[in-house]
Design a protein around this ligand. Structure first.
Ligand SMILES: Nc1ncnc2c1ncn2[C@@H]1O[C@H](COP(=O)(O)OP(=O)(O)OP(=O)(O)O)[C@@H](O)[C@H]1O
Length: 225
């Protein structure tokens, strides 16, 4: 379970401070599929960066799996992120001069796993997202949808309990969007908590719960779909 309590976030703008997240409190339970929607500039990515443990400079409390994230040292915070959260981005963020298998295996390499274990796990997750036959290819030879499958494989290779995706279908056409959403739904059905920021209502509505952000605030009560 993740709990945000009275989160406030400010960015400096010259001499001014911009109040980007305004007293956000919300709880997301294990296994939920939540979408976060709102206009451009409303603070969605800023909120996601906090939830996904990329940003720890905020006021308020963030308790994840019973642990107050403020209590972690910088090094432990990074380790905690790598163990608990898998990230997927709009533009895939694959390393171009590495094969698909090497891209997906990188988080395991950082964890110091053996070559044998890395290969077994990478093959399993590539198979799970339907792209095992591309293991030895390089990213630029793959379509956008295939590259996003690779990015999802990389996000789940460490078996995180939360997968966070920032506009994961933003660079995909509508039929590929359906395919990628099916991959996400399959993941969620296996118990992974899924949190997606999207501008696309057809994507957001597939979640079990939609959280709407307006000007850095959660609009009213978020609701079940
Ligand atoms: N690193 C930063 N430094 C300064 N200001 C920032 C920074 N990141 C975001 N902002 C500002 O915070 C506000 C919210 O940005 P954020 O990216 O969270 O919005 P968003 O809802 O995700 O927008 P979009 O849908 O366009 O991605 C914006 O006014 C933005 O300019």
């Amino acid at each position: 379970m993740l709990e945000l309590r009275h989160i406030n976030k400010y960015f400096k703008r010259g001499d001014d401070e911009q109040h980007v997240l305004k007293d956000i409190s919300l709880t997301i339970n294990d296994g939920e599929f939540v979408s976060i929607m709102g206009h451009s500039g409303s603070g969605k990515s800023t909120l996601l960066n906090i939830i996904g443990l990329l940003d720890r400079e905020f006021s308020g409390d963030y308790v994840l799996n019973g642990l107050d994230t403020h209590e972690l040292s910088k090094k432990k915070f990074t380790k905690f992120r790598n163990e608990n959260v898998g990230w997927v981005f709009q533009n895939f963020k694959l390393i171009q001069n590495m094969t698909i298998a090497d891209n997906v295996g990188l988080p395991l390499r950082y964890q110091g796993k053996s070559n044998k274990e890395i290969k077994q796990t990478v093959d399993r997750v590539l198979d799970e997202v339907g792209i095992l036959d591309k293991a030895d290819a390089f990213p630029k030879l793959l379509s956008g949808g295939q590259q996003q499958r690779v990015a999802i494989a990389r996000a789940i290779v460490t078996s995180p309990n939360i997968v966070i995706a920032d506009e994961p279908t933003g660079a995909l056409d509508s039929s590929t969007t359906i395919e990628i959403m099916n991959v996400f739904k399959q993941l969620n059905a296996q118990g992974t908590t899924l949190i997606i920021v999207t501008h696309d209502a057809s994507v957001g509505e597939q979640a079990h719960r939609m959280i709407k952000i307006l000007d850095g605030q959660v609009m009213g009560a978020d609701y079940e779909i």
